[in-house]
Design a protein around this ligand. Structure first.
Ligand SMILES: *[C@@H]1O[C@H](CO)[C@@H](O)[C@H](O)[C@H]1NC(C)=O
Ligand SMILES: *[C@@H]1O[C@H](CO)[C@@H](O)[C@H](O)[C@H]1NC(C)=O
Ligand SMILES: *[C@@H]1O[C@H](CO)[C@@H](O)[C@H](O)[C@H]1NC(C)=O
Length: 400
């Protein structure tokens, strides 16, 4: 494992002091990124890497920190990424890919995995959660479905053997396909064929005090029925909303209705002690001709309004006091993802670091040859120039 080089902070002193006069909202240095990670705006982002043109993890580390993103979710446990974020304060969800889940049933394999992929990074890289598999119940690999919970238990056991079970959660991320009904939210229920899997899974999450993760895409509902699903309702724009006849709660957006339907489904299986978090949500900026709504304009509205609600620390109608916990999908467009064109166009950024649309999350991607602490004076000034526009954008975000 690489050891983090201390960065030369003195090279940042001039613009930093200058900026503090202008605004305290911005993350300009490693120290401030760490501070932001501990509180304040808490945006998570999925760092998918199914692409052959993405910048190096060390450049991405700077980009992420310049955006004030405090939480990153990976689909694997990429050592280069985890090393690039040492001592940054950024929190990590790391993953065990579906292809590796069944092997983890063996406690010795799980132990070796934790020893190799988790233990060496703690506490310098803040790994707070492991997702064992992604959307396992959406596929039809029965052996994999059967192996999921035993694998989660082995990983949890491996963490517990090291005394890490309170520091690192163990869970898995689900697709909304596991829902049999989700409307109205209070009638939310898992598919009947899912119950044999979900019931013991919830018992585990409750015991392990780990969250239930769900990938939510109101975009899919809109794409499937653009004339039936009101755009304002999926894009968090002003609208009358829909009232749940059972609870009387009013929903002005589909994302919250989806989350609350999952809470209802969990409660129907006897649990009120498991948190629901959104492990993915996003909106594509481009799609095939038959993919309605996949435009930079709508993607920008969706993400911009979502960020505003995160900033407000809003909860769902059912849990108003629990701020929504969201990982936006995704950091970059991923050119090698299979499927319709939309799949390759969920990124906030192109691989060169330019924003796909403007929601105030403009970041700074350092040039290829730059290493920490060796920026020239001219670079410092262009950096502060970027931060000024970032500041203007953030203010714009607040008044969207
Ligand atoms: C995950 O599975 C792939 C493909 O079977 C394998 O090459 C890789 O070594 C596995 N990784 C771990 C960490 O077990
Ligand atoms: C599930 O199995 C059916 C046929 O058995 C197949 O047509 C379908 O593509 C499979 N779905 C997935 C997600 O693998
Ligand atoms: C683990 O998940 C629980 C339940 O959502 C949460 O309260 C706790 O903060 C999480 N722990 C970490 C280290 O993130």
């Amino acid at each position: 494992m690489a050891v983090a080089k201390p960065s030369n902070r003195s090279s940042l002193l001039l613009p930093r002091r200058f900026l503090l006069v202008l605004t305290v909202l911005l993350v300009a240095t490693d120290d401030e990124a760490a501070a932001a990670a501990g509180g304040g705006l808490s945006i998570g982002i999925n760092y998918g890497q199914i692409a052959d043109n993405l910048p190096s993890p060390s450049r991405v580390s700077r980009l992420v920190r310049s955006m004030q993103v405090s939480k990153v979710k990976l689909y694997d446990a990429d050592q280069d990424v985890l090393s690039a974020f040492l001592n940054t304060g950024v929190e990590f969800v790391i993953g065990i890919g579906n292809e590796n889940v069944s092997a983890m049933v063996d406690p010795a394999t799980a132990q070796a995995w934790v020893q190799h992929h988790v233990r060496p990074y703690l506490p310098s890289t803040r790994i707070t959660c492991i997702t064992v598999g992604n959307e396992v119940f959406k596929g039809n690999d029965t052996a994999l479905k059967d192996n999921l919970l035993p694998a989660m238990k082995s990983v949890y056991g491996a963490l517990a053997a090291l005394g890490l079970q309170g520091q690192v959660n163990v869970t898995t991320a689900h697709s909304l396909d596991i829902m049999g009904s989700s409307y109205p939210p209070s009638a939310g229920a898992f598919r009947p064929d899912m119950a044999p899997y979900i019931t013991p899974l919830l018992d585990f999450l409750s015991t392990a005090r780990s969250p239930f993760l769900i990938n939510c895409y109101p975009y899919f509902a809109y794409k499937d029925d653009p004339s039936g699903v009101p755009l304002e309702y999926v894009l968090f724009q002003p609208n009358a909303g829909v009232t749940d006849p059972t609870t009387g709660l009013n929903y002005d957006n589909m994302l919250y209705a989806q989350v609350d339907s999952v809470y209802a489904a969990i409660q129907a299986l006897g649990h009120t002690d498991v948190d629901v978090k959104i492990s993915e949500t996003g909106w594509p900026s481009r799609g095939d001709p038959d993919e309605a709504g996949a435009t930079p304009q709508y993607a920008g509205i969706y993400i911009g309004n979502l960020l505003r609600r995160i900033q407000m620390k809003q909860g769902t109608p059912l849990r108003p006091a629990v701020p929504i916990d969201v990982y936006v999908f995704a950091l970059f467009n991923e050119n090698l993802k299979p499927g319709p064109a939309s799949e390759r166009n969920y990124g906030l950024f192109y691989p060169d670091g330019t924003p796909v649309y403007n929601v105030g999350l403009r970041g700074y991607l350092p040039p290829m040859d730059e290493s920490d602490g060796t920026r020239s004076v001219s670079r410092l000034f262009s950096y502060s120039g970027f931060l000024l526009s970032h500041s203007a954008n953030l203010l714009g975000l607040q008044t969207l």
